[in-house]
Ligand binder design. Structure first.
Ligand SMILES: *Cc1c(COP(=O)(O)O)cnc(C)c1O
Length: 347
């Protein structure tokens, strides 16, 4: 009896179609970094039909090449000639986010697509406006190099009314880049800022059926359904405590269902008492601390049997956004933390 992450192929296709409907005139970069946000690249093939595939490591580009022929956007770019050569061989579009990368690439002897990343206010990765202009001047001298797009990334797109968004958009619009493709929009901006869809959109979390805004979005279909079996049922009396630290105490006589999943599988240890768990189509509250391999649920006087399936997230009645709220984190983190001992299947 094992925890299972079932990856819905139809939900992936549906969510990609929502991106197409939201940004009908744009090319799409499916963001499949972090092993497809924890869904496993090999289980996420419907996303690989996008125009480009965004990864955060060369190893992911290598893995993608076993699965498809689409061009790949290598987000961190390259830092040495060996990686540059492999990126070219793998058909990667290479991001330049730092001036030191220009020198490495400017003398490329093979055809190469470049994306220039500009810092418009997030102050993480990206070239300044001046660095962008001097990079372009250097790169256009080499006929092997094609500048495919200029990109930037939002710091606060998940808060659509945050003034920082307008500042970043205005900064981007002031750049002298009219002759290049442009790309700014992550999931949040795809859904809330149509004026910045530009030429390429870069959806991530929404492809996996999760809202970037933290509240479930009914138009998206959850992709990963995490479930585990009930492994024990026991009656407990009023006043008795459950789990490590005895942090939960029965207010009346009740029944506890023990589920075979814990933080060792990626269920968040910080999930609070009361976090909902779905068993036989009914939500029941988590009782006591999450252990490494087990959690306990207060099922009252409901009839639940050993072997019944408990759904932790990824159901219309229980989305990962809700679990994130109960554990003070975001859906992104929960999805990318499902561990390798969980059995991943395609559905
Ligand atoms: C991860 C990432 C995205 C996708 O962000 P979501 O919020 O998951 O849609 C877009 N652009 C860049 C540069 C990223 O690193």
């Amino acid at each position: 009896m094992h925890a299972v992450a079932a990856i819905s192929q139809s939900a992936l296709a549906h969510n990609l179609s929502i991106v197409r409907a939201q940004a009908p005139h744009c090319k799409i970069v499916s963001m499949v970094k972090a092993n497809a946000y924890g869904h496993h690249l090999s289980h996420s093939t419907p996303l690989l039909q996008a125009d480009l595939l965004g990864v955060s490591e060369l190893s992911e580009a290598r893995q993608l090449r076993q699965l498809c022929n689409q061009p790949i956007l290598l987000l961190p770019g390259v830092y040495n000639p060996t990686d540059l050569n492999e990126a070219i061989e793998l058909g990667c579009h290479v991001v330049i986010h730092h001036p030191s990368q220009v020198a490495l690439i400017a003398n490329a002897t093979q055809a190469l697509n470049i994306w220039l990343k500009v810092d418009t206010g997030m102050h993480r990765l990206g070239l300044s406006a001046d660095e962008l202009n001097s990079s372009i001047q250097q790169l256009v001298k080499n006929p092997n190099i094609h500048i495919e797009a200029v990109m930037s990334h939002f710091a606060c797109a998940d808060e659509p009314s945050n003034v920082k968004n307008l500042q970043q958009i205005s900064h981007f619009n002031q750049l002298d880049i009219a002759c290049f493709n442009r790309s700014m929009a992550n999931s949040a901006a795809i859904l809330s800022q149509p004026s910045v869809h530009f030429d390429y959109v870069r959806p991530g979390i929404m492809l996996y059926g999760v809202s970037p805004f933290g509240e479930p979005d009914e138009t998206l279909q959850p992709v990963m359904q995490l479930s585990a079996p009930v492994v024990s049922i026991k009656k407990i009396s009023v006043g008795e405590c459950v789990g490590y630290g005895a942090t939960w105490q029965a207010k009346e006589d009740t029944t506890i269902a023990v589920i075979g999943i814990g933080y060792g599988d990626g269920y968040p240890r910080h999930a609070k008492n009361g976090t909902p768990v779905l068993i036989n189509n009914t939500l029941y509250p988590l009782a006591g601390r999450v252990s490494m391999d087990l959690i306990c649920v207060d099922i009252g006087n409901a009839l639940v049997n050993i072997g019944d399936k408990a759904i932790l997230w990824g159901h219309d009645k229980l989305r990962v956004e809700t679990i994130a709220q109960y554990s003070d984190t975001i859906g992104y983190e929960l999805l990318t933390h499902v561990s390798s001992r969980v059995n991943f299947i395609k559905t």
